[in-house]
Design a protein around this ligand. Structure first.
Ligand code: SAM
Length: 399
């Protein structure tokens, strides 16, 4: 997502429309029921899961605009087809080296990335045998189907939508742009009495943070992080941890017969993620292009995200037998994937079109925009070739 500085809530954020408020109220009742069932507090990952994915009510399960200028945020494939064209160059290399292959995209947003990758691969005569989309949101699935039927009707037979990972497995590529940041995380705080879990409870008439004892399993994980980083978190340090990452990655590993997974997201290595100065963690919420840090603001109507911890991704990958084959920032990745050559081909466009493209490329690559905040990690299985996206700069040593 392109991002502005976090703002305060309530006074600065637009008030939702009536039907949206009703949807949020229904979701609040569901969350309250879960709180009641569990003695008054639930883990934040459970809250985040309900706020984003509760059937028919969660942010990704219900029908708000989400993407684009009239939605809540803009992602790289929405910003410019150049992003997906570069990614297609990387896919072409893998598909050609594997000889055949399938692409499986997780969480495909509006479908813009699928459309632009397929168009570019068609141009290069490197189409995958199938382009599978695993979409957990019924609303987004409909939007993707509408977009692809309208814009690439001649390629639609290659695209299949899935509700769950395919039993048969795939050989080829798994792609996920801005999916890691949407996975539910737990929240913790270091106090003078040690680590505590920040759960969600109910205040007078809104959800509130509840400082609870951390279970042994979580405690061990947090102590392990301090040990690995050879540092102690300062008192009041608050951050997030995805305790389901290994299980999630394990599911993907089982599905990939051979090939490469690419995860693209905003995030850091563990040392940067848990930097002592990042006292409040990385939890951010997006509502109508405003960014703030209150996940309890109108549940179901705003996106809730947490930056990816790429060291944790690499460690989980390692633990389940995947090879970490590359890690770099978005700028280096796009240049490795042929951004310069793509831009050179656009020289013949009129000046207005060239200016527009230059603006898009600036946002995709400038360090203070998406260029440095976004990283790409590649995990491979039975695929040993060097990947072009990491040819300019491979930063695996930073993990
Ligand atoms: C911020 S959006 C990114 C969408 C799109 N990839 C883009 O870049 O525009 C996050 C997406 O992740 C999807 N998602 C979240 N959890 C998922 C999971 N466990 N498996 C697959 N997709 C998931 C959501 O449904 C949503 O489409």
């Amino acid at each position: 997502m392109t991002q502005s500085k976090p703002q305060k809530t309530e006074s600065t954020l637009p008030v939702p429309e009536q039907d949206a408020l009703i949807q949020s109220e229904k979701l609040i009742e569901c969350i309250k029921a879960a709180l009641h069932e569990q003695g008054g507090a639930i883990s934040f990952d459970e809250y985040m899961k309900m706020a984003l994915y509760e059937p028919g009510l969660g942010y990704y399960s219900a029908g708000s605009r989400k993407f684009g200028s009239d939605g809540d945020f803009v992602t790289a494939p929405e910003l410019s087809p150049i992003f997906s064209q570069c990614l297609a160059n990387q896919c072409a290399q893998v598909l050609n080296e594997l000889d055949v292959g399938t692409i499986l995209e997780l969480g495909a947003g509006t479908g813009a990335m699928a459309r632009d990758i397929l168009l570019e691969l068609e141009k290069q005569n490197s189409l995958p045998d199938k382009y599978l989309i695993l979409e957990v949101s019924a609303d987004l699935k409909q939007r993707q189907q509408d977009l692809l039927k309208e814009t690439i009707p001649h390629l639609i037979d290659r695209v299949d939508w899935l509700d769950a990972l395919p039993d048969a497995g795939v050989s080829g590529i798994i792609l996920a742009n801005e999916v890691l940041d949407a996975l539910p995380v737990k929240r913790f705080k270091k106090t003078s009495a040690g680590f505590k879990e920040m759960k969600v409870g109910l205040g007078e008439n809104q959800f509130i943070w509840v400082v609870s004892d951390a279970e042994d399993k979580l405690l061990k994980r947090l102590e392990g992080i301090e040990e690995d980083l050879s540092t102690s978190f300062p008192v009041n340090y608050t951050s997030e941890i995805n305790t389901q990452l290994e299980q999630w990655l394990n599911g993907l590993e089982k599905v990939l017969n051979k090939g490469v997974m690419f995860f693209i997201d905003y995030g850091y290595s563990a040392a940067e993620y848990y930097h002592p100065e990042r006292m409040e963690g990385s939890l951010l919420c997006h509502y109508r292009h405003r960014v703030h840090a209150d996940p309890f603001y109108y549940p179901g109507l705003q996106d809730i995200t947490s930056s990816a911890n790429f060291t944790a991704v690499a460690e989980c990958a390692d633990a389940i037998g995947l090879h970490v084959s590359g890690y770099t920032n978005q700028t280096y990745f796009l240049f490795g994937c042929g951004l310069e050559e793509l831009l050179a081909d656009m020289n013949q466009l009129d000046i207005k079109a060239q200016t527009k493209i230059a603006q898009q490329v600036r946002i995709l690559t400038m360090p203070e925009e998406m260029g440095e905040r976004f990283k790409v990690i590649a995990l491979t299985k039975e695929f040993d070739n060097d990947l072009k996206g990491f040819a300019v700069m491979d930063q695996r040593v930073r993990l």
